[in-house]
Design a protein around this ligand. Structure first.
Ligand code: PLP
Ligand code: ZN
Length: 421
């Protein structure tokens, strides 16, 4: 009898420098697997690493996508040999005209509309797909408020996987079309995002080869948002910004940008310095902003009612961690009305030539409010994360903008219209 026959099989995955799952509440560690809640306390799990030595030069020599940070992500070493959407390295632009309008000294726009399906969700889905393949899944799934649906359906199509996407049936038509076009299964559910999320959690428990990117492989998925923080720091010339404004839905992105900044400091890639993180929500779904203002540590769930549907998560899983990050860094969480969101979209478009979806309007409008309230320092440098493209939410502004004039096809009429502008 050999010893090997009695030894339980230890599965070991190639997930790069990822070492274990670690509980954010009690710190207990578990082996890397498709788990998302701590077996001891039900706290959320995140990825712990043993990072290799990483230099600015090694990153700069990498691909022009999030895979330049491959060693900092929970993905297999052969990640680049499998088809994926290769998001990332979107532009960071100096926004001098918007800065003048808002009355701040220095402003940057991180323009994540430039990703393959035009939102930052391509980052998290690319990481989730790579990890899910290694963990043995074969179907890519999600509950979504729209942008995640686009990203999952597209990534699955490119990888040759089936996809199952659940959305609230009242979603913007543009986001339905831009998901359905990739094929795959798209279920429109008569309910809000929190209903859709609950149904997805049930399905994830029933189908063992279905990877719900933001449910059963959430710890891997969430790490993709760190690349936004990495890119901002690298594109600023290897330094951290003074202030950054980030839209909040589940809150995952905000907490991971913070984690990314912290890792760059620990690895010696940027100098340690104070930075402040600000969260942005729509008034019609602002449970985190409310908790911030009232000084609470817990989140009171709300029923969302806002045009910013991509941020309409009434019971945000990472809400308490957003409060931690914002309070620890000396930031704040603000909220704005739907009218302010529309004005924010138009202000950004008019001053910088960037057409953002409603989440971008929330970010710009919240930044304006926090500047006016003196919470964002006008003399310190600020980065705004613009996370999705305005073509996805045309309805938000289509009633407010249009041709300057509609004229008969004569030179006289055209000249008159120009004079009357
Ligand atoms: C999902 C989403 C967010 C927020 O992401 P969370 O990590 O859930 O907070 C922000 N902007 C856009 C455009 C999104 O689609
Ligand atoms: Zn725990």
């Amino acid at each position: 009898m050999t010893l090997a026959a009695d030894t339980p099989a230890t599965t070991s995955y190639d997930l790069g420098s990822a070492r274990a799952l670690s509980c954010r509440e009690c710190g207990a560690e578990a082996p890397l697997a498709a788990e998302f809640a701590c077996a001891r306390c039900f706290g959320p799990l995140e990825i712990a690493y043993d990072f290799p030595e990483i230099t600015r030069a090694s990153i700069e020599a990498g691909p022009k996508s999030i895979w330049r940070y491959q060693d900092l992500l929970p993905v297999p070493s052969d990640v680049r040999s499998h088809p994926n959407t290769e998001p990332g390295l979107t532009r960071l632009i100096e926004a001098d005209r918007l800065a003048a309008e808002l009355g701040v000294r220095k402003l940057w726009i991180k323009d994540d509309t430039g990703n393959p399906t035009h939102s930052f969700k391509d980052r998290v889905v690319a990481v989730a797909l790579a990890a899910a393949r290694e963990l043995g899944f074969s179907v890519l799934c999600c509950p979504s408020t729209g942008n995640l649906a686009n990203a999952v359906a597209a990534a699955a199509a490119r990888a040759g996987w089936d996809s199952v996407v659940l959305i609230p049936s009242n979603l913007e038509q543009a986001k339905i079309t831009t998901t359905a076009v990739y094929g795959g299964t798209l279920l429109a559910v008569d309910g809000n995002y929190d209903d859709v999320n609950r149904l997805a959690t049930e399905l994830a428990a029933e189908h063992e080869d279905w990877a719900f990117v933001n449910v059963n492989v959430r710890p891997y998925y969430a790490e993709g948002s760190k690349t936004l923080g990495y890119e901002v720091a690298e594109q600023l010339g290897w330094r951290l910004p003074d202030q950054i404004v980030i839209p909040v839905a589940s809150g995952s992105q905000l907490t991971k940008v913070d984690k990314g900044f912290g890792e760059f400091v620990k690895l010696g890639l940027v100098e340690d310095k104070p930075y402040r993180i600000f969260g942005a929500q729509a008034a019609g779904c602002s449970p985190v902003a409310t908790a911030f203002e009232e000084g609470h540590d817990f989140i009171q769930p709300v029923k969302p009612d806002t045009i910013a549907r991509s941020l309409a998560i009434g019971n945000p899983a990472d809400g308490p961690y957003v409060l931690d990050a914002v309070r620890r860094t000396g930031g704040a969480v603000g909220h704005v009305t739907d009218d302010e969101v529309r004005a924010g979209i138009r202000l950004l478009a008019r001053t910088e030539g960037v057409f953002a979806e409603t989440a971008g309007g929330v970010t710009v409008a919240t930044a304006r409010k926090l500047i006016e309230a003196g919470l964002i320092d006008r003399d310190a440098e600020t980065v705004l994360l613009i996370t999705g493209d305005g073509l996805k939410t045309l309805d938000a502004v289509s009633g407010e903008v249009g041709p300057t004039a509609t004229v008969p096809s004569t030179s006289k009429a055209v000249r008159e219209a120009l004079e009357n502008r």
